[in-house]
Design a protein around this ligand. Structure first.
Ligand code: URA
Length: 240
């Protein structure tokens, strides 16, 4: 790999800002191949250099993957004049890394949203061919029935004639307002809302709770995020 500035490589892990890296280097708390660098501007090969910070080996990644618990009110876009985007929830260091959302959640939809700068894998995860299930919790106006479940299983045809692939509908509670888990393998525009509306049961609230093997950890507050672990990224690569 092409040589890169040490401070940039360390900051790209999302753990330290460039200013913090500068300080750490000055304090001799950074080692590159066992030796203290003179400055953070020193160029290193991130593929081969062993970098230690505070005595711990740094796990450098070429790509960054973030799992965000998206709150309502944010657009799944990198920039949009109409309001805040999910990138506005990230630290300035992460914001500089060219991250983009992997697919979209509507402005009022909450829950699990991945962001990355790894275009190829992001594309694979969204392709219906790779069978990555997305699971949503939905609260709807109306009483969900077994008939609705069968219609989802067969594949719903939307009002405009668009056909959806077979999907899962698991009723959690049924009443004047019902709750369910909806499982999709594709991601058409407003798909969950349109599928449920086509059954006469409009969505009142929608939250994505799972994508592939990744679930929304209860410890992650709304608006908070964490980096995916190396093994979670590996698991995503195996899917694609
Ligand atoms: N389906 C929807 O209708 N909205 C979302 O945000 C995601 C899936």
């Amino acid at each position: 790999m092409e040589k890169q500035r040490l401070d940039k490589v360390i900051a790209s892990t999302g753990k330290f800002s460039r200013r913090e890296v500068k300080q750490l280097v000055r304090q001799g708390r950074v080692l590159v191949n066992g030796a203290a660098p003179k400055s953070g501007e020193e160029k290193i090969d991130p593929d081969t250099a062993v970098i230690e910070v505070n005595g711990e080996q740094l796990c450098y990644r070429k790509f960054t993957w973030v799992l965000l618990n998206k709150p309502a009110g944010y657009l799944s876009a990198t920039e949009d004049g109409r309001g805040p985007t999910v990138l506005d929830l990230l630290s300035p260091e992460l914001k500089k890394q060219g991250l983009f959302p992997v697919g979209r959640l509507d402005k009022d939809t909450e829950g699990l949203l991945l962001l990355t700068n790894e275009g190829g894998l992001a594309h694979d995860l969204l392709s219906p061919k790779h069978h990555v299930d997305k699971v949503y919790y939905a609260r709807v106006d109306g009483c969900l029935t077994e008939e609705d479940c069968r219609a989802f299983e067969v594949g719903i045809t939307l009002g405009d004639g668009l056909s959806c692939q077979p999907a899962g509908l698991k009723i959690l509670t049924a009443g004047a307002v019902s709750e369910a888990h909806v499982t999709l393998r594709e991601g058409k525009f407003h798909q969950v809302k349109r599928m449920l509306a086509s059954r006469g049961k409009p969505v009142l609230y929608l939250e994505r709770i799972q994508m592939g093997n990744l679930t929304l950890d209860p410890a992650l507050e709304r608006g908070a995020y964490r980096l995916l672990t190396e093994s979670e990224i590996e698991a995503l690569r195996e899917i694609s």
